[in-house]
Ligand binder design. Structure first.
Ligand code: PGA
Length: 245
C-alpha cells in the first residue's frame, strides 16, 4: 500500500539554485529509505539545471500555458516543460486562480495541453471559507470537476483536494472530512470518465510532519501536496519516509 502514495512538493516561488540543489542532493542520498513516491515541483527557472543534475528525482512544474508556442510573454508551454524533463504539471492551484484569474475555461485548456504533451496534470480544486460555511463545498467541487476534466481522456491525471482556507493557515479539515470529500471526488470523476476510476486523490493544505501520518494512513487519501513543509529538508524527509502501518 505504501508505494501507492504520491507526495508532491510544491516549492512555490522559493529557493535559489544553490539551496535547491543542496535539498535535492540530500534527498538523493536518502532515496533508499524513502517509503513513498515523490515529485518535486521547483520554480520553473530552476527545473532544467536541477533535472540535469538529479536525474533520479521526478520533477514537475507549478503551471504552464495552454498553447504550445506563441506570443505569450513570460509563459512556458507543457511541451517546453516536458523538454526540460518535467513529468507532471500542477494546474488550477488556488494561488493561480486568485492572482492570475484562472477559471474553468482556461484550466480546461491547460489540462488538455498537459495531457497532449504526455505529461500528468495535478489538478487542484478546493473551496474557500465562505463556500464551506454555507455548506456548498461539494457543489463547488462538482463545478470545478465537471467543467474542466476531459470526458474522453485515456491518460493519467491526479487530483489534489486543497481547501483554500487550509493553505498556509495551519488549519486542516478533520481526516473524516477529507475522507468524505475524497470519496465524493472519486464518485464524481468516475461518472465523468470511467477511465478516472483509479485516479489518485491527494490532500493539500497545511500538511506537516504530524498530520501527514494521519492523512497517509487513510486508504482514501492517495497522497499529499505539500507547500511550506516541503521547504525544510528534515520535515519533508520525515513525511516521505513515513511507513504506513
Ligand atoms: P501549504 O501549501 O502546505 O503551505 O499549506 C499547500 C499548497 O498550496 O499546495
Amino acid at each position: 500500500m505504501n508505494k501507492d502514495k504520491l507526495i508532491v512538493a510544491n516549492w512555490k516561488m522559493n529557493f535559489l539554485y544553490n539551496n535547491a540543489s543542496i535539498f535535492c542532493k540530500k534527498i538523493s542520498s536518502k532515496r533508499k529509505s524513502i517509503k513513498n513516491k515523490f515529485i518535486i515541483c521547483p520554480p520553473t527557472a530552476l527545473i532544467s539545471k536541477l533535472s540535469l543534475r538529479f536525474n533520479k528525482i521526478t520533477f514537475g512544474a507549478q503551471d504552464c500555458h495552454y498553447e504550445k508556442f506563441g506570443a505569450f510573454t513570460g509563459d512556458n508551454s507543457a511541451a517546453m516543460l516536458k523538454n526540460i524533463n518535467c513529468k507532471y504539471i500542477i494546474t488550477g492551484h488556488s494561488e493561480r486562480r486568485k492572482f492570475y484569474n484562472e477559471n474553468n475555461v482556461i484550466l480546461k485548456k491547460k489540462i488538455k495541453s498537459i495531457i497532449n504533451a504526455n505529461l500528468v496534470p495535478i489538478f487542484c480544486i478546493g473551496e474557500d471559507i465562505s463556500v464551506k460555511r454555507k455548506g456548498n463545498t461539494k457543489k463547488h467541487l462538482l463545478n470545478q470537476l465537471i467543467n474542466v476534466l476531459p470526458k474522453n481522456n485515456k491518460k493519467k491525471i491526479v487530483i489534489a483536494y486543497e481547501p483554500i482556507w487550509a493553505i498556509g493557515s495551519g488549519k486542516t479539515p478533520k481526516i473524516e472530512e477529507i475522507e468524505e470529500i475524497n470519496l465524493y471526488i472519486k464518485s464524481v470523476i468516475r461518472k465523468i470518465n470511467t477511465n478516472y476510476k483509479n485516479t489518485k486523490i491527494l490532500y493539500g493544505g497545511s500538511v506537516n510532519k504530524e498530520n501527514s501520518k494521519i492523512f497517509l494512513n487513510n486508504n482514501n487519501v492517495n497522497g499529499l501536496l505539500v507547500g511550506g513543509s516541503s521547504l525544510d529538508f528534515n520535515t519533508f524527509y520525515s513525511i516521505l519516509s513515513y511507513k504506513i502501518l
